[in-house]
Structures are given as C-alpha cells and as structure tokens.
Ligand binder design. Structure first.
Ligand code: SF4
Ligand code: SF4
Ligand code: SF4
Length: 265
C-alpha cells in the first residue's frame, strides 16, 4: 500500500497554512520576498521553500474569472527518475513511503535536477557545500505514524492524506457526484507512471501551470538519455565527486572497524 495525498484545488482558500507548517516542521528559513499582484509569495519553489501556493486567475468568458490557489511541491513519483539518476543513493523509494532524501549522502552532482520531469529538486547555491533540497513527504512524521505537516494543518481538507488506491476512489467519487465542479481528470494518477501527489481541479490543469506533456510511462528508463545531454565537463566533476564520496565512506567504515577492534583488545 502506498501513502499519498489528494489535493483538491477547488477547496483551497489560499491561507498558506501549508507553506508555514512545512517551513516550521522542516526548520526552513524565511526568504526575502516582495508584494506583487500575482498573490503568490514566494513566487516559486526553492531550496528553502518546499511547498508554495500558486495563484492562477482563469477567465471563463462570462465576466467572472475563476480564482485558483494551487498547492505545489514534489509529486513523489511511484517510479522516480530522480532516484534512478542519483549515483550515491541519496534519494530512495520504497513501496509504502514516497521518495525520501538523505542529505548526508548528497554529493551535489545535480543529476536528479536534470532527470526530474517536473523540475522539482532545487540546489542550495548559496551554500559552501551545495546539496539538493525538496519536499520529503515528511518521511520522519510518517515513520512516527503521523501525516505530513501540510495535510495536518489544512483547515479545509484541500490536502487529504491516505492510501493511494482509496484516494483515487475518493477523487472519482467527487467528480461523479459534482461534475459541474470538476474537470474530469485526476492529475498524477497516470503522469510519469503515477505519482503519490494527485490533484483535482475545476479548470483545465494546463491553466494552473501543470505540465500537459508528461508521459504516462515511468521516467527512469529515460533518465540516462537525459543525462547524456549534460556537458561532459559537468559529468566529469560529478564523477570525481562521486569517487571522492566513495573513498571517504570507505575510510570512515574502516576507521570505525579499527576503533571497534581496539576497544575489544
Ligand atoms: S517529482 Fe521529480 S523530484 Fe519528485 S519524485 Fe518525481 S522525479 Fe523525483
Ligand atoms: S544532487 Fe546528485 S547526489 Fe544529490 S540527490 Fe541529486 S542525484 Fe543524488
Ligand atoms: S509533505 Fe512535509 S516536506 Fe512535503 S510539502 Fe508537506 S510539509 Fe513540506
């Protein structure tokens, strides 16, 4: 059974409670922003903003545009391209838990940024030792039997946590019960072979900034095709970093074994 989130854009009031809860739980710093007419603040995802609420005004031709607040973040693909691209296993996927991330293993090669079809992983460019950062699906909370912080805090139940199969049944039931409220599509059910973050909307998804050209086939098979387009200098640096990481890990492993042997003498 796979845990998932169903995000119903028609229920979101744009309160940004999920943004704040994510920052608070993951101890992410605030970012310098400015007021703008987009009603979106911060304007996009970053290494320090793992979820943000996008604002999209969609004209309907009748003089009453629809206002949409869209909670955006990592989709947690069932077969993630980022995981297959990562040379050191910093990104991991199990059947039950969405894509987890171990920052201590990341060597900053940015393969995952190239591989992700949704452009989700971000880089801590301002750090002396830059690494990748993205939504973790609050894997630490899941391990403790809790739901993700963003879902827990949502007062309108626009973000619903549960088993993926059951959430798909729930989404289909909502569309069937109120067809005038929703477009007849569940974004994420099939995209990239299926994702653990799925959406319902009252307007076509491309009007909300969702990519409409995502394949319904899993992306890992395409990963190395994408990576082959990276300039060889970048790959060379990544290979050196990967090798360095392996040597350091090996040294640490043998140092630990030697310490343990000495302690036993
Ligand atoms: S959306 Fe991108 S970063 Fe997230 S799991 Fe899928 S491939 Fe990985
Ligand atoms: S930057 Fe490289 S090492 Fe870090 S998570 Fe992405 S693919 Fe893995
Ligand atoms: S699942 Fe956790 S890390 Fe991901 S957006 Fe929600 S609160 Fe942030």
């Amino acid at each position: 059974m796979t845990k998932a989130l169903l995000i119903d854009v028609t229920k979101c009031t744009g309160c940004r409670g999920c943004q704040v809860a994510c920052k608070q739980w993951n101890e992410l710093p605030g970012e310098k922003t400015s007021v703008s007419t987009t009603w979106t603040n911060p304007k996009q995802l970053s290494a320090y903003t793992w979820t943000h609420v996008d604002f999209r005004e969609v004209p309907n031709g009748a003089g009453h545009p629809s206002w949409n607040f869209v909670h955006k973040r990592c989709f947690h693909c069932l077969e993630p391209a980022c995981v297959s691209a990562c040379p050191v296993g910093a990104l991991q996927k199990t059947d039950e838990v969405p894509v987890t991330y171990d920052v201590s293993r990341c060597i900053g090669c940015r393969y995952c940024m190239v591989a992700c079809p949704f452009d989700i992983p971000k880089f801590t460019w301002d750090s002396a030792q830059p690494v990748i950062a993205k939504c973790t699906f609050c894997a630490d909370r899941l391990a403790d039997g809790q739901e993700p912080a963003c879902a827990k805090t949502c007062t309108t139940n626009a973000i619903q946590f549960g088993e993926r199969d059951q959430l798909i049944v729930e989404a289909q039931a909502r569309i069937q019960a109120t067809p005038a409220r929703y477009v007849n599509y569940i974004y994420g059910k099939d995209e990239a072979g299926g994702t653990s973050v799925m959406y319902l909307s009252g307007v076509p998804f491309d009007r909300l900034g969702f990519k409409s050209d995502i394949s319904h086939e899993p992306y890992p098979a395409r990963t190395w095709e994408a990576l082959s387009k990276i300039p060889w200098e970048v790959l060379g640096v990544a290979a050196v970093m990967s090798g360095t990481w392996w040597i350091i890990q090996r040294r640490e492993k043998y140092a630990a074994i030697n310490t343990s042997k000495k302690a036993k003498r």
